[in-house]
Ligand binder design. Structure first.
Ligand SMILES: [Cu+2]
Length: 149
């Protein structure tokens, strides 16, 4: 075996090991997981926020050209929010970069992701899948307020 060939094989194996470690780090240390895919039901397509218990909420988002419904959601700091997402027209994206949330809004399907909001602040939601002429203005907010103030 050629020396250069052996070097390339070692480099490739090293890169694969780095990718695997990065994947394990994201999965365990950063808690970045795959979103759950929930069977479609008409119940999920009605946009609203509902409180389940003292610090758990369910947010049912519908993406459509070119907005999210509801566009603003208010939850107290320390809340767990189950985000359910669907689309009423074309495929959209749903990204909250501060929380590593990256979902696709697909017509006829529901995607679910549970997110914990510990700190108060405004968490921007943006569409990251080109969906037409108004794509650049498609955004929403999850406003996390401090209950003690
Ligand atoms: Cu878009």
């Amino acid at each position: 075996m050629d020396k250069i060939e052996l070097r390339v094989m070692k480099l490739t194996a090293g890169m694969l090991a780095i990718f695997l470690l990065a994947l394990l780090y994201a999965s365990y240390a950063r808690n970045v997981g795959m979103p759950a895919c929930v069977p479609y039901s008409g119940v999920f397509s009605k946009p609203h926020l509902q409180q389940i218990d003292s610090n758990t909420y369910e947010a049912f988002f519908v993406a459509k050209m070119w907005s999210f419904e509801p566009s603003d959601v208010y939850v107290p700091a320390g809340s767990d929010v189950d985000i359910y997402l669907t689309s009423s027209d074309v495929v959209h994206g749903f990204n909250i970069s501060e929380k590593a949330v990256n979902l696709m809004a697909v017509p006829g399907a529901i995607n679910k992701k549970t997110v914990h909001f510990e700190k108060a602040g405004i968490y921007k939601i943006v569409c990251h899948e080109y969906c037409g002429i108004g794509h650049h203005s498609m955004e929403g907010e999850i406003i996390v307020y401090d209950k003690t103030k």
